[in-house]
Design a protein around this ligand. Structure first.
Ligand SMILES: NC(=O)c1ccc[n+]([C@@H]2O[C@H](COP(=O)([O-])OP(=O)(O)OC[C@H]3O[C@@H](n4cnc5c(N)ncnc54)[C@H](OP(=O)(O)O)[C@@H]3O)[C@@H](O)[C@H]2O)c1
Length: 186
């Protein structure tokens, strides 16, 4: 498969990139790193990337920042960091990418445990991750040409056995699952 991997140089990307690269062609992308440049917070940048890279079977996103801080410190501007980068970034990736992905392709988004099991100071992540789950459930009903979508929702990555994380992404990529929130280390 030809896979577009956004965020390949991050903590999760560094784990899954070499593993997926054993069996697939990986095109990496990030704001400042990777084979191609993309900024998820900029819709034009997403469209340009899909126009430039042809023939993609799967798109995996392991990128997107969120604000960390307590309820009293949270305001609209801080909330918008995660909404713009991580939530709308991944949503726009799908809205745009659905026009370009090959038949029977797949999207794998990344959310996080804070959606379901928040701890203090993570309201920004809880909101964004929960919304990504809702988007995946709803979009999976409507994507066309056999295209699937799932989210991997990890706990703290440094606490997760590497193979469990890899299994979650390969499950979304290679199995016939659609509209699934794949929870890792809850
Ligand atoms: N690490 C964890 O414990 C954990 C747990 C649960 C969920 N998550 C979620 O998983 C995702 C990845 O986490 P991570 O820890 O691997 O992140 P990370 O170490 O901060 O790396 C982020 C990666 O994404 C790229 N990136 C960041 N913002 C981008 C943007 N706006 N457009 C395009 N590329 C962008 C970065 O490359 P450039 O700097 O070149 O842009 C980098 O390769 C995040 O959404 C995070 O919330 C992480």
């Amino acid at each position: 498969m030809k896979i577009l991997l956004i965020g390949a140089t991050g903590e999760i990307g560094k784990i899954i990139h070499p593993e997926l690269g054993k069996n697939h062609e990986i095109i990496s992308a990030g704001r400042n790193s990777g084979d191609f440049k993309i900024d998820l917070s900029d819709t034009n940048s997403i469209e340009n990337l899909f126009k430039e890279i042809k023939d993609i079977d799967a798109c995996i996103c392991v990128a997107g920042d969120c604000y960390t801080g307590d309820l009293l410190s949270l305001d609209e501007e801080k909330l918008n960091i995660g909404i713009k980068n991580k939530l709308l970034g991944q949503v726009n990736l799908v809205l745009t990418g659905q026009k370009y992905l090959n038949n029977n392709g797949s999207f794998t988004l990344t959310s996080g445990k804070m959606a379901d099991k928040p701890v203090k100071n993570n309201i920004g992540k809880a909101i964004v991750n929960g919304a990504i789950h809702s988007f995946v459930l709803a979009a999976s009903l409507e994507l066309q040409r056999g295209i699937r979508i799932n989210a991997v929702s990890p706990g703290k990555v440094s606490d997760i056995p590497v193979n469990d994380l890899i299994h979650a992404y390969t499950k979304s990529l290679q199995e016939s699952v659609n509209g699934e929130i794949i929870k890792v280390n809850y």
